[in-house]
Structure formats: structure tokens, C-alpha cells
Design a protein around this ligand. Structure first.
Ligand code: ZN
Length: 502
């Protein structure tokens, strides 16, 4: 094979894989936005066909040979192509090690398990879902072993979401959170400070909420000619390419902040995808590098910026003009305190900035034990409820609001959860380093967010997945995760909000 021909084939492979992905994502997007309910089976068939075609194409012997050839030519290839090959090699090894028949059986299982989970959650019947979860765990462990038998299965699973993260570092990270955040939550709970947030739960017409969403996207500098905002039950971000990013939100008439903060969250994901370098276009590197780094961006804009006093002061005049009656007599400072009120609660996606990582800690401990074989799926609800009592101090009344609340495990995404807590911790660490270079809060007060975006673009966004998570951290915040930045950030913020003594 000639080198030039191999590079052409590499490009063709990336273009075709991207086309399959584009089509599948668009079908998904259509399915959760405008498609009628009866479209479900037909769409499922098309998705099944497309995913099988792309799986076959990618795991073929020819692709393996192409990658081996290019790996042998490393010295003659530029850095970007070498990084493309490295990324493709990893996905190839991960997928090609699974026998095709087992792969399709697993896809079928996931389809069923998703549907059963939905039913089980609606009926509050964990027993219905338990056998499916058990098989999802079995398959995941088996696939991890196919990939690398010498490593713990959970370690292998983690790499898919946050490459370079080890169980040891996560154990340390969550142990730090347990030592520092659990007592902080207790202090907040017993503090004499009462925060009134009742004014956030009046009637807020959706038309005005939409206007507010458009406004905050403008403030953040999201290019709306390349980023559409849609409405779905559960908010998410999808990117087809850097000129077509889709974010969604869900408006609740009796809750002003649910949509406001989900828009800020998804806008953070969008800014990342909108800002990858032009040179990466069309390659497998034109996307965020990992779940954890992605989540650091959504949480940076949602919490660190979006829930700060300077940002609230900046957008509050708009909120007051949209909702003059509801916000009559409420100051920006009161609004700031209300959106930061912390109360241990049952549901992860509705939890506040302080308690959020404890919800993740529970899931990390449990999924690790499931994968390691130290916990049976039959005993999962009891273990879940015990940990909610221990870490958050609350009783779980039923499994629908307990172990059945998230879709991740039914979708086969074991190893995903830690990325959420890592993202929060990374974002606090990034703020610390950003403040060394920039007068962050002066920028926010003036409504000039461009320097903040530029700082992130220069160190994170433009690299897409050309850099691995560890390399991104190297670029922007000292190289490795250090939970003390996150702990300090939370202690300072909540110490002030709840007048806690050091
Ligand atoms: Zn997110």
C-alpha cells in the first residue's frame, strides 16, 4: 500500500463513519422532537440497519490492516494524522474484539432493557428490571475482558468515558469528597440561615422563558446560526459538525430556573463543539475529548459562571423585565441566594451544586461493586437506600425515586457516572488557573465573556479530541485532577451563603 493511498482511505473511512453517525443522530433527534409516537418501530429498524452497517464497516479486517499500516508509517505522518490513527485504533480494538453475534445480542438486550427500565420506573417495580440489569452487567464485564483480560473490568469500562482515569484515583477523589463534602452538607442543613426560594416557583409563561433562553445564549456568545435550541423532555446536546450543534431544554411553567440552568448547561457543551479547530473538520478528532472534560464545560458555564453573583447581577435586569410581577421586590442578591439553595434531595438531576457530587459518589461505589462482582443486582436497592441515608441523610421512599431514576445502567453505560463529578471538579480547578490569567469576575460583571471563552478555546476547545483528557488538564490546570480546588470552591461559596464558621 502506498502512503498517499492509505491516507485517502483513512479519510474515506472517517467520512463514511461520520455520515452514518450523522444520519443516526438526526434520526434520534427527530425521534425526540417532532416525530409522531407511531414512528418508533420504523425508526428503530432503520437505526438498527445503520448501526449494523457502520459496525461491520469499522470492524472489518481491512480497517485493521489500514490502521496497522499507518501505525508503521508514524514517522512519515504529521502529528494530527497520528492522533487520528491513535483514536481510531482504540475504538477499533474495543469493538473488533467482540464477536459479531454477541455484539448484536447485546444491542438487542439494550433495546429491551431500556424499554423494561421505563416500565419498571413507571410502575415502581425494580424486580421487573433486575434480570435485565444483571445481564447488562454480565455482558459489560465479558466485553471488558475481551478487550484486556489483564485489567480490572471496571477500569476498562472507565476508559471509554474518561481515558486515563484509574480506579485508584477515583477512589481517592471520592474519598476526599466523602471526608469534605458530607460534613459540609450537614453544616448547611443545620445552619440557622434560611434561604427563601419560593418566588422561583410561581407561574412563568413559556413564551417569556423562551425569550430568556435566547437572551442567555446571546450573553454567552453562542453563535445561533450554527446552534439550534429545541425542546425535549430531557435536555441534551448533539453535534453533527461544528456548524450544526443542537441543544434542547424543557420549559416548566411553575419553575423559572429549571430551564434557565439547563440552557446554560447545554450551552457549555455547545460552546465546546462549536469551537473545535477548522483543521479537524471531517476527522474523528472533531469532537470533545471525553465525557469528563465535556462535563467540565457544561458545569463551568452552568454553575461556576451561571450561579455566580456577578452573572446573576448581569442578567437580572432582563429577568425582571420579562417577569416584573413575579420578581417584584426580589433583589439580584436574593435571586442569587435562591438559585444556590442547598437541600439534600432524592433526584440527581434536580439536585443543587453542593450535593450533586454525592449522588455520583453513590453511583460510583455501587456500579464498581456490581462490575467487580461484590454486589448482586438483587441487593442493589437496599445498598442504594443505605448510602442515601448515610451520605445525604435522606430516606428513599421507593425505587422509582431511588435506584430506577437514571437511564444510564439500562443503556449499558457502566463507567459513565464518574464523569459528572470529575467535570465539576475539573471546572473548579480550571477557574483557579483562569483567575491567574484573567480578571474573570470583572469580565462577567461587564458582560464581556469573550476573554473567558478565548481562554477555554485556546487551551481546550480547539483541540477537540486531538488531545487526551490528561493532556487537556496539562494545558489548562496543572496537569492532573486535584480535588482540593473543588472542595475549596464549595466551602467558600457555601460558607458565605450559609454563614458557616471555618
Ligand atoms: Zn452535561
Amino acid at each position: 500500500m502506498k502512503l498517499a493511498a492509505a491516507i485517502t482511505r483513512l479519510r474515506e473511512l472517517e467520512t463514511t463513519m461520520h455520515a452514518y453517525q450523522h444520519a443516526m443522530d438526526l434520526l434520534y433527534y427527530d425521534g425526540v422532537t417532532t416525530a409522531p409516537a407511531a414512528a418508533f418501530p420504523g425508526r428503530g429498524e432503520t437505526l438498527g440497519t445503520l448501526s449494523e452497517l457502520s459496525y461491520r464497516l469499522f470492524t472489518s479486517r481491512k480497517v485493521g490492516e489500514l490502521l496497522s499500516f499507518l501505525e508503521g508509517e508514524q514517522a512519515n505522518l504529521d502529528d494530527q494524522i497520528n492522533r487520528e490513527v491513535r483514536k481510531l485504533r482504540e475504538s477499533y480494538d474495543r469493538q473488533a474484539c467482540i464477536p459479531e453475534e454477541e455484539f448484536s445480542l447485546f444491542q438487542e438486550l439494550l433495546n429491551e432493557s431500556e424499554a423494561v427500565w421505563r416500565q419498571a420506573k413507571a410502575d415502581n417495580q425494580y424486580d421487573l428490571f433486575e434480570p435485565y440489569l444483571n445481564r447488562v452487567v454480565e455482558y459489560s464485564v465479558r466485553f471488558a475482558k475481551y478487550y484486556d483480560d489483564s485489567l480490572p473490568a471496571y477500569h476498562v469500562l472507565l476508559q471509554e468515558y474518561e481515558k486515563g482515569t484509574s480506579m485508584e484515583s477515583l477512589d481517592r477523589f471520592f474519598a476526599d469528597l466523602r471526608t469534605e463534602i458530607v460534613p459540609l452538607v450537614q453544616q448547611v442543613l443545620t445552619s440557622s440561615v434560611q434561604i427563601d426560594d419560593s418566588f422561583l416557583y410561581q407561574t412563568f409563561p413559556v413564551a417569556q422563558q423562551r425569550e430568556l433562553a435566547d437572551y442567555v445564549l446571546d450573553v454567552l456568545g453562542v453563535d445561533r446560526s450554527r446552534c439550534a435550541l429545541g425542546e425535549t423532555e430531557h435536555p441534551f446536546t448533539l453535534h453533527f459538525n461544528k456548524d450544526d450543534v443542537r441543544i434542547t431544554t424543557h420549559y416548566e411553567e411553575n419553575n423559572l430556573v429549571s430551564s434557565l440552568y439547563s440552557v446554560l448547561h447545554e450551552a457549555g457543551h455547545a460552546l465546546y463543539e462549536l469551537s473545535t479547530a477548522e483543521s479537524l473538520r471531517g476527522t474523528c478528532l472533531a469532537e470533545g475529548t471525553s465525557m469528563g472534560i465535556h462535563e467540565s464545560q457544561s458545569r463551568f458555564w452552568e454553575n461556576i459562571i451561571g450561579r455566580s453573583l456577578p452573572f446573576i447581577r448581569l442578567i437580572y435586569p432582563k429577568i425582571q423585565s420579562l417577569f416584573p410581577r413575579q420578581m417584584a421586590g426580589v433583589s439580584a442578591e436574593q435571586f442569587y441566594r435562591a438559585v444556590n439553595k442547598s437541600v439534600p434531595s432524592l433526584i440527581r438531576t434536580e439536585s443543587d451544586e453542593l450535593t450533586y457530587s454525592l449522588h455520583i459518589m453513590v453511583r460510583y461505589e455501587l456500579e464498581k461493586r456490581l462490575v467487580e462482582g461484590n454486589l448482586h443486582t438483587k441487593d442493589l436497592p437496599a445498598a442504594w437506600n443505605r448510602m442515601y441515608q448515610e451520605y445525604l441523610g435522606i430516606d428513599v421512599p421507593d425505587d422509582a425515586r431511588g435506584v430506577l431514576q437514571d437511564s444510564h445502567w439500562s443503556g449499558g453505560n457502566l463507567g459513565y457516572f464518574p464523569s459528572y463529578a470529575l467535570g465539576s471538579a475539573y471546572s473548579a480547578q480550571m477557574l483557579f488557573y483562569m483567575e491567574k490569567d484573567l480578571a474573570v469576575w470583572d469580565c462577567v460583571s461587564r458582560g464581556e465573556l469573550l476573554p473567558i471563552w478565548s481562554w477555554l478555546e485556546e487551551r481546550i476547545y480547539r483541540f477537540g479530541s486531538a488531545l487526551e483528557p490528561g493532556e487537556v488538564l496539562e494545558n489548562c490546570c496543572g496537569g492532573r485532577l486535584d480535588s482540593s480546588y473543588y472542595v475549596k470552591y464549595l466551602k467558600k461559596k457555601y460558607g458565605e451563603l450559609y454563614h458557616l464558621q471555618e
